[in-house]
Design a protein around this ligand. Structure first.
Ligand code: THU
Length: 137
């Protein structure tokens, strides 16, 4: 599949599917993410929690790290969805740590699709809007 064949809505629906794989028995807050590479592949992730809390990984980083581990370095968009026990009540914006991880691999025009309903409705923003003045070495 090539990038221009995947719409924001399709990426949103992939994130909703990914959210169903969340392991979140401590917060009960399920999150899913679907990451689109510039070559048109989609990598998904969900949040996975731990009894010791801090080892918890967010859905976004799960998707990004899986993609990078599979040799990907260039990304064009990510869709993110979340809700208490899977109930999508509005946007779930990425946490600061995930924004920083995005900035390692993505440019300010990287599209961030914030899913607002179980039908795959969404709002769009960019990494540059979410994280200006990125930390870089
Ligand atoms: N979480 C994410 O997966 N992504 C975010 O950007 C924010 C928070 C997860 C972590 C934890 O499992 C749950 O949501 C509640 O914080």
């Amino acid at each position: 599949m090539t990038e221009n064949k995947i719409t924001s809505r399709e990426l949103a629906l992939a994130a909703i599917e990914a959210m169903k794989k969340s392991y979140s028995p401590y917060s009960n807050f399920t999150v899913g993410a679907a990451l689109l590479t510039k070559s048109g592949k989609v990598y998904t992730g969900a949040n996975i929690e731990n009894a010791s809390y801090t080892p918890t990984i967010c859905a976004e980083r799960n998707a990004i790290f899986t993609a990078v581990h599979n040799g990907e370095r260039e990304f064009s968009a990510i869709a993110i969805v979340g809700g208490l026990k899977g109930d999508i009540k509005g946007i779930t914006a990425p946490c600061g740590v995930c924004r920083q991880v995005m900035s390692e691999f993505c440019s300010p025009d990287f599209k961030v699709i914030l899913v607002t309903s179980s039908e795959g409705e969404y709002e769009e923003t960019t990494l540059g809007e979410l994280l200006p003045y990125t930390f870089k070495l």
